[in-house]
Design a protein around this ligand. Structure first.
Ligand code: A3P
Length: 290
């Protein structure tokens, strides 16, 4: 029956953790061979890094800030996930521009992206806040195993035993291959600090020429407040088989530094050591608190 919860379980596919009942190896395997158009835009991220926020930004830019052009379509239809029931046929026949979202690692994305066809936007967030946001998400997302407590989840995250595997691995691989692609790197913290500047940068990257008032409208519809109220983006319409809305809220807090109310001093120090070690050859640094 349609409303029966599938048997969701983590499984490893080419060393990357996916979820059974939601991701299907045969489909994911095909993605590499998809043909790319110059107008394609792929939004890439590790979970909880501001993916939905960037989906909203991209679709509002496409609509030139006109909310009436977007609000009748769920965000998951405007900027669909490629790893969830999105086969080659559906991709091939879709109208341009094809805006797509993914948490997949570099090695599983269409190879043609590395011929500088299409565009890639990678959104990153400081990983301590990612961990906290992911912890809360695990408490109400039916496809993810409910952690015993924060400590339990902390360990799982550090070991990469979660959907999308290890945070460091994800960001490093994407970042280190950036020169092969038409690639833009954006952080959640920049979006918090100056949303308009980020929207302008994205318009420039995409070659979109919006007027100042169209830009104002894009920014207005991408704030935490307006997205929280908009049922086409706040995920409240996602069925209970996926999100238990009694147990949590997708548009939860939307801040920088919430890790401080969750991490112990020992956890924070351990995380910092791991960050230093893992990122020693990568020039990416984060804002941890505002
Ligand atoms: P919190 O749980 O810290 O509140 P993703 O879409 O990648 O799953 O990320 C979800 C996180 O992005 C949540 O973080 C959510 O609140 C935050 N978010 C979504 N839209 C936002 C916005 N307009 N401004 C700030 N944060 C936003």
């Amino acid at each position: 029956p349609e409303n029966e919860t599938p048997d969701f379980k983590l499984f490893s596919f080419q060393d990357f953790n996916l979820i059974s009942g939601m991701h299907f190896p045969d489909e994911v395997e095909q993605i590499k061979n998809w043909e790319i158009r110059d107008s394609d835009v792929f939004l890439l991220s590790y979970p909880k890094s501001g993916t939905t926020w960037m989906q909203q930004i991209l679709s509002m830019i496409e609509a030139k800030g006109d909310i009436t052009a977007t609000s009748n379509q769920l965000i998951s239809q405007r900027v669909p996930w490629i790893e969830i029931l999105h086969d080659k046929e559906k991709f091939t026949t879709a109208a341009s521009p094809r805006l797509r979202t993914s948490h997949l690692p570099y090695k599983l994305l269409p190879r043609e992206l590395t011929k500088k066809r299409g565009k890639v936007i990678y959104v990153a967030r400081n990983p301590k806040d990612v961990l906290v946001s992911y912890f809360h998400f695990h408490n109400f997302a039916a496809m993810l195993e409910t952690p015993k407590d924060f400590n339990d989840f902390f360990e799982k995250f550090m070991e990469g035993k979660v959907f999308a595997s290890n945070w460091f691995e994800h960001i490093k691989t994407w970042y280190l291959h950036r020169h092969e692609m038409d690639f833009l790197y954006v952080t959640y913290e920049e979006m918090i600090q100056d949303l308009r500047a980020v929207v302008e940068r994205i318009c420039c990257f995409l070659g979109k020429d919006l007027s100042s008032s169209q830009m104002d409208n894009v920014v207005m519809h991408c704030t935490f407040e307006s997205m929280s109220k908009d049922s086409s983006v706040n995920q409240k319409r996602v069925p209970e088989t996926f999100l238990n809305h009694q147990k949590g809220t997708f548009m939860r807090k939307g801040t920088v530094g919430d890790w401080k109310t969750h991490f112990t001093v020992a956890q924070s120090e351990r995380f910092d050591r791991m960050f230093q070690e893992e990122m020693k050859d990568v020039p990416l640094r984060f804002v941890w608190d505002i």
